[in-house]
Design a protein around this ligand. Structure first.
Ligand code: SF4
Length: 564
């Protein structure tokens, strides 16, 4: 008998009531879609739309003139893998219905921004026609399953990508509402028993208390930021032979300013399991979130709080009971770095892949750097497989040796160099979209990050550190979409023009950073960083990274002055 945490008498959130009253998740989306007089959906449908991979937003730059409703549509590509034809379809839809950009997310998806309601169904239908889904890309369900996309590190990559696809299918919600609304274009009969009494076989009637994120990683490369996920599988192999996985649970980045009940957390290592137990164990951990997550407070509803409050031993016992298996002690593993391999690299199968830096994941044409046009052209001509990375970059995979010059030439014609001629710090940076589209944003992020990085680059050059790699990440609010809490320098939006500064993440993304300054004006950030970098230059030990120096030198000092 599996225990659950929420008593029927607990006061659950509004979202719980919504899910319970429309368990097929259709709400009145179809009715609003069919009404050309309406330019947006109801507040209730705003919540249901998320399960369909859609965020209703408004252009915050134009809010003074009244709300101008736009939509963000997010795909789901397990492991970030898509075919050349799927890429071309996404590129077309972004041009036709979106803002003519494709945005690679930190979970290996595409986001389409700036779609207006009249183009919403065509966008989602067009994606599905290209065999791209958006269901469960957002919402209180399993999100996109991430997996290492880089085919140079291990021949196990393809196997793990296949596992990620299978697990993604196994954890998809079963509702037919998505298909009916977006593909068949049908209105749902809300009183129909199939909608009213629908119970998802995995999620139940009210789904999860909040989102749930799963990822795989293959040591020594932590390109996935595996510890930031609710559920993780670390590949344990002997040479090229997969032995099984270390199971991780309870990671997550989001927090709320001024709310000590919320915090970023790295996942715990729970135990080792054989490959055949992967799906059962995944469902067990998801079930723990479903049954023990806090349904009375969405800010405190992630699995990480269950782990923080109940502990690893409790979680292990619960997984074992639910999955009907005995977990072995975790096997040793070591991560050495995060990030992507950029430029040309040989794959383990003898072909080549090209890693291209995409600043903040935004594929666009701007200022003579026509990345969108260049990618479209070479992907159509040479038909490589496309992989989106967790660091928001793009890989063109399974390129034959004789195709390399054509790809490099096609990109060069559009001003894009396969040499990725940017500083190491820029190549290691990420920022979330924030303003003007994200409704939760407290400050700018993607739009100001390139200029901030230019100033950081100038500072590093001035100090004689032009080739220094520092992992810098920025978000417009504490939800942490760009995973700022594991960066060497993390900027988190506090209020318009002001940021928290976090310092001390490491190269392998296995350590949380710490809050250094609570609220710094954008124009003062360089002055905050300058003395730190000067000290780093003087005090570093050979080979020491900036984040490691912060953890070694600054944290000790901060602890010394912190009140008891
Ligand atoms: Fe929006 Fe905050 Fe996520 Fe940035 S981190 S995209 S501001 S929710």
């Amino acid at each position: 008998m599996i225990a659950t945490a929420v008593s029927p008498a607990s006061k659950v959130t509004r979202n719980e009531g919504l899910k319970s009253s429309h368990p097929a998740l259709g709400g009145t989306i179809a009715q609003t879609l069919a009404n050309p007089e309406l330019d947006h959906f109801t507040e209730d449908d705003y919540e249901f739309l998320k399960f369909h991979g859609v965020y209703q937003q408004d252009d915050r730059d134009k809010r003074k003139a009244g709300r101008q409703w736009i939509f963000m549509v997010r795909t789901k590509f397990p492991g970030g893998v898509l075919g050349a034809k799927q890429y071309a379809a996404c590129d077309d839809l972004a041009s036709r219905y979106g803002n003519n950009t494709l945005r690679i997310t930190t979970r290996q998806d595409f986001q389409f921004h700036g779609i207006i309601k009249s183009g919403l169904r065509q966008t989602i239908k067009g994606l599905n026609d290209a065999l791209v889904t958006t269901i469960a890309a957002c919402g209180d369900v399993e999100r996109n399953v991430m997996a290492p996309p880089t085919p140079a590190t291990s021949s196990l990559v393809d196997h793990v990508l296949e596992q990620a696809r299978e697990l993604s299918d196994a954890l998809n919600p079963a509702t037919r509402a998505y298909h009916k609304i977006w593909i068949e274009g049908q209105e749902l009969n809300l009183n129909d028993d199939t909608n009213k009494d629908f119970v998802d076989p995995l999620y139940g009637r009210v789904y999860l208390p909040r989102k749930f994120k799963t990822a795989f990683a293959i040591p020594p490369l932590n390109d996935i930021d595996i510890f930031t996920n609710d559920l993780g599988f670390i590949v344990i192999a002997e040479g090229e032979k997969l032995l099984g996985y270390n199971l991780l649970a309870g990671g997550g980045m989001g927090m709320s300013h001024g709310n000590a009940q919320t915090f970023p957390r790295l996942a715990d290592v729970i135990g080792f399991l054989a490959p055949e137990h992967l799906e059962t164990a995944a469902k067990a951990v998801l079930g723990i979130h479903r049954d023990f997550g806090d349904r009375t407070n969405r800010k405190h509803a992630r699995l990480k709080y269950v782990l923080a409050e109940r502990g690893v031993d409790w979680c292990r016992a619960e997984v074992e009971e639910r999955a009907g298996l005995k977990l072995e002690p975790p096997r040793p593993f070591k991560f050495t770095r995060q990030g992507d391999l950029l430029g040309w690299h040989r794959q383990t199968n003898g072909n080549y892949f090209l890693g291209l830096f995409v600043e903040n994941g935004r594929i666009k044409d701007a200022n003579g750097y026509r990345l969108k046009t260049g990618l479209r052209k070479v992907i159509e001509q040479f038909q490589p497989e496309v992989r989106l990375t967790p660091s928001q970059n793009i890989l063109l995979v399974n390129v034959r040796a004789e195709q390399r010059d054509g790809i490099a030439g096609g990109l060069s014609e559009q001003g894009v160099s396969v040499g990725n001629p940017f500083t190491p710090t820029r190549l290691a940076s990420m920022a979330c979209p924030a303003l003007p589209t994200c409704g939760l944003s407290l400050a700018e992020s993607e739009r100001i990050m390139p200029d901030l990085l230019t100033r950081i680059e100038q500072l590093l050059a001035e100090l004689g550190l032009p080739d220094q790699e520092i992992v810098v990440r920025m978000t417009g609010c504490p939800n942490g979409c760009a995973r700022p809490y594991v960066a060497e320098i993390g900027f988190v939006g506090k209020s318009p023009g002001k940021y928290q500064i976090y310092l001390g993440g490491n190269e392998a993304s296995t350590r949380l950073n710490r809050l250094y300054k609570e609220s710094v004006k954008m124009e003062d950030i360089i002055n905050e960083l300058r003395p730190l970098l000067i000290r780093y230059l003087r005090e570093r030990i050979p080979g020491e990274r900036f984040g490691d120096w912060c953890a070694r030198a600054l944290w000790k000092e901060q602890a010394a002055v912190a009140p008891n």
